[in-house]
Design a binder for this molecule. Structure first.
Ligand SMILES: Nc1nc2c(c(=O)[nH]1)N[C@H]1C(S)=C(S)[C@@H](COP(=O)(O)OP(=O)(O)OC[C@H]3O[C@@H](n4cnc5c(=O)[nH]c(N)nc54)[C@H](O)[C@@H]3O)O[C@H]1N2
Ligand SMILES: Nc1nc2c(c(=O)[nH]1)N[C@H]1C(S)=C(S)[C@@H](COP(=O)(O)OP(=O)(O)OC[C@H]3O[C@@H](n4cnc5c(=O)[nH]c(N)nc54)[C@H](O)[C@@H]3O)O[C@H]1N2
Ligand code: SF4
Ligand SMILES: [Mo]
Length: 681
């Protein structure tokens, strides 16, 4: 059942904005995808990437039939097979492995689509019923998430629209113009009304260019900066004592910790001028309403969770939460009443406790033999909504794992990605324009519905359909494997959201207070903003936020003196869109930004080919000599497909599988490297 033109949908991508889409269809083809002007956050505007959605959907390289490997692993030799052949072949192999130990089977998925149906419903039912290993989906946000949970109590914060009324906005670890465009539009409104904008980022981003002030700190040093800001708030008494007394926990302990961080100490750690730290403290302490847009860029280093904890204390110290345009936003996803148990049916485990594998360490885990602590060797991998060979850290290990002859790999995809290259079977998945879904957001508080605009292309099937079909081939007879995609859409929020309203309008705003913590009421166990976390203390961990140095601290290693960060490229979405020619033309080629001083010391000219390397690997790309990089830090914008790189690698050849302080997250931006001019060798 297709709707009339233009069709209302939701952007499926892993982006805080979750835009409302309008798709125009002509003769069964999507010809235009636009932003819905009726949705206030989208306001009729899409980013450049999703404006190209019709080009991505009708791409000549879409995978349109099931494919079975015919050549050696990784040879990219496949033949078309029917759905029945593919499903029967996969079910037979999974069944044979499961008969020995279902935990030898591992799903691997992330947020290729953030849809609750195509991302986390029938797939989870299937793997729960099978008793497969579970995946800890940590690759993006768990460190920051844990930091927030142990301070504010959940992934909750300011309503994004009220940033438009703030007088001071601190954009902390976010290139908003590139990756949170619709927040940036609110920040622009505030700027036009006279607000001051401050950016905290090791890279001189296009967002930093447009802010009044840029603190270009060393990566992984944000907690030191936040503690020094607290120090200044304390010594100048820029504090809201009443708010602190009523609504926070552990003030005296935090005060003692912060007093150990005079700005001079932080300046040395962060590589910042002392005056800049003092100025920001004064701005934060004396401006109301003041707001922080914290983003996930701060938490991709060893101390990521502590950094988020430290920053999340700042609004409570000054009582910024009292106003609706004050406080902090990292993620709003905790506000959504998703009925996960109904969608995912963990009860299908039926008392079995299956092990959990961290998706960040897939490189090591694919190479691990069976052992009493690890359990069985991973024998089968079912990948969907993710491209781990390109996006997971320490690629050399990941590739070695995927190349194992004895590993059975199924990939559900739109395209022949770096991961699909290693598959035994590739199954053609529908795109957002071809299936139903329902969404939450992590940068606003609206639920969105996605209706299919066009029929599935070729023989593509939705992820939910594919897992339904696999369940049938495996002989699973529980009625929950009959639920259609539309029924799953209704189950996602159950009674918590008016589905008829969603069907009629395409989006629904969640109810909630304008200033959620104006009078405390934090969703922590104490109901207070927890500077001191009893839960962390109970785990034997530091209950106060602290500066936790990087695993690979900038400048520490004589061999690898440069710190590399690899933040998103504006025209890609992680590794998605890299194969859309019009967008790739804008990004050009894989590159490394390097400061003129660091380039000169190495004889590197702008545009030349360089080799970036450390003990984990080596990656060739083109140097851009510019001041977007600060001295001592190089920026390798991500995430290119390996096969489109100069030497078949991308930046993740260099990143490590080391984890964060809390949340077992990745440390992509905690990575020491050396760079050399290739021509000089
Ligand atoms: N165009 C585009 N948009 C995206 C994505 C994309 O790939 N492309 N990815 C999406 C995804 S998956 C996510 S998780 C979100 C959020 O993704 P984020 O990680 O918040 O991405 P950015 O907004 O680029 O912000 C990262 C910024 O943090 C900076 N940074 C790096 N290290 C540090 C540090 O130690 N401290 C501080 N203060 N800053 C640091 C980087 O230079 C970069 O400018 O964005 C989403 N939006
Ligand atoms: N060096 C470095 N590495 C990083 C990061 C970084 O900043 N630097 N960022 C990290 C972060 S924040 C994240 S979130 C991860 C993201 O990593 P991933 O979640 O793997 O994201 P993508 O690379 O976009 O890959 C998603 C894949 O899902 C496919 N897909 C989309 N929709 C569907 C669908 O409906 N069905 C199926 N079957 N497939 C679909 C797309 O075609 C695409 O190939 O990468 C991480 N890796
Ligand atoms: S990627 Fe983000 S900004 Fe672009 S359309 Fe999707 S939700 Fe909107
Ligand atoms: Mo992410």
């Amino acid at each position: 059942m297709l709707s009339s033109n233009p069709v209302r949908g939701a952007c499926p991508h892993d982006c805080p904005d979750t835009c409302a889409l309008l798709t125009t269809v002509e003769n069964g083809r999507a010809v235009r995808v636009q932003g819905n002007p009726a949705h206030r956050h989208t306001d009729g505007v899409l980013c450049a990437k999703v404006s190209k959605y019709a080009e991505r959907t009708h791409h000549p390289e879409r995978i349109l039939t099931p494919l079975m490997r015919t050549g050696p692993k990784g040879s990219r030799q496949f033949t078309s097979v029917s759905w029945d052949e593919a499903l029967a072949g996969i079910a037979a192999r999974l069944g044979e492995i499961a008969a020995r130990d279902p935990q030898a089977i591992l799903p691997y998925s992330y947020a290729g689509t953030m849809g609750l149906v195509q991302g986390e419903s029938m797939d989870r039912r299937f793997f729960h019923r099978l008793g497969a290993s579970q995946l800890a989906r940590t690759i993006c946000a768990t460190a920051g998430g844990e930091g927030l949970v142990h301070t504010l109590g959940g992934k909750v914060g300011m309503r994004v629209e009220f940033f438009a009324e703030s007088r001071l906005i601190v954009i902390w670890g976010s290139n908003s113009i590139g990756s949170n465009l619709h927040f940036w539009r609110y920040a622009q409104q505030a700027k036009r009304a006279g607000a001051r904008l401050v950016c905290i980022d090791p890279r001189r981003t296009e967002t930093a260019d447009k802010c009044h002030e840029h603190l270009q700190l060393l990566p992984g040093t944000d907690a030191a900066l936040a503690l020094a800001l607290m120090h200044e708030l304390i010594v100048h008494d820029w504090l809201d004592h009443d708010y602190i007394a009523r609504y926070t926990l552990g003030w005296e302990a935090l005060r003692a910790r912060a007093l150990q961080w005079p700005p001079e100490r932080a300046a040395a750690v962060c590589g910042l001028p002392v005056a800049q730290i003092r100025q920001l403290a004064q701005d934060w302490g004396t401006t109301q309403p003041a707001a922080i847009r914290l983003n996930y860029g701060v938490q991709r280093a060893h101390g990521g969770a502590n950094a988020v904890r430290a920053v999340a204390c700042l609004p409570a110290l000054t009582g910024a939460w009292r106003q609706r345009a004050g406080g902090l936003l990292l993620s709003s996803s905790g506000a959504f009443p998703v009925q996960r148990a109904a969608l995912q049916r963990p009860d299908l485990l039926a008392g079995r406790t299956s092990r959990t594998i961290n998706m960040v360490t897939i490189g090591d885990d694919l190479l691990r033999p069976a052992s009493p602590t690890f359990g069985p060797k991973i024998e089968a991998l079912v990948v969907y909504n993710s491209n781990p060979v390109a996006v997971a850290p320490d690629s050399a290990k990941v590739v070695q794992g995927f190349a194992r002859e004895d590993l059975f790999t199924v990939v559900l995809e739109h395209f022949q990605t770096d991961t699909a290259d290693w598959a035994d079977y590739i199954l053609p998945a529908t795109t957002q324009l071809e299936h139903w879904d329902v969404h939450l957001a992590y940068g606003h508080t609206d639920v969105l519905l996605n209706r299919p605009a066009i029929a599935p292309q070729g023989q593509a099937r939705s992820n939910a359909q594919i897992f339904r079909d696999l369940a049938r081939h495996m002989g699973f007879t529980e009625p929950c494997f009959d639920d259609t995609d539309e029924q799953l859409c209704r189950q996602a929020y159950g009674e918590a959201v008016d589905f008829e309203h969603l069907l009629a309008q395409g989006f629904v705003t969640l109810p909630g207070p304008e200033a959620p913590f104006a009078q405390g009421g934090f969703p922590t166990p104490s109901g207070r903003c927890e500077f001191h976390s009893p839960r962390l203390a109970a785990r034997g961990l530091d209950p106060l936020p602290d500066y936790v140095p990087n695993h690979e601290a900038p400048g520490q290693s004589p061999q690898y003196p440069l710190a590399m960060i690899s933040p998103p490229a504006r025209n890609f979405l992680n590794s998605s869109f890299v194969n859309v020619q019009s967008l790739r033309d804008i990004e050009g080629r894989p590159l490394l930004e390097i400061h003129p001083q660091d380039a000169a010391a190495r004889g590197i000219a702008d545009g030349s080919v360089v080799r970036v390397f450390n003990d984990r690997g080596s990656h060739a790309c083109h140097a851009v000599v510019c001041e977007r990089a600060r001295p001592g830090v190089v920026n390798g914008l991500g995430i290119w497909w390996r096969k489109l790189g100069l030497d078949g690698t991308n930046v993740n050849q260099l990143t490590s599988q080391a984890l964060t302080d809390l949340g077992e997250g990745p440390t992509f931006y905690d990575c020491a490297v050396q760079v050399e001019a290739l021509a000089s060798r």
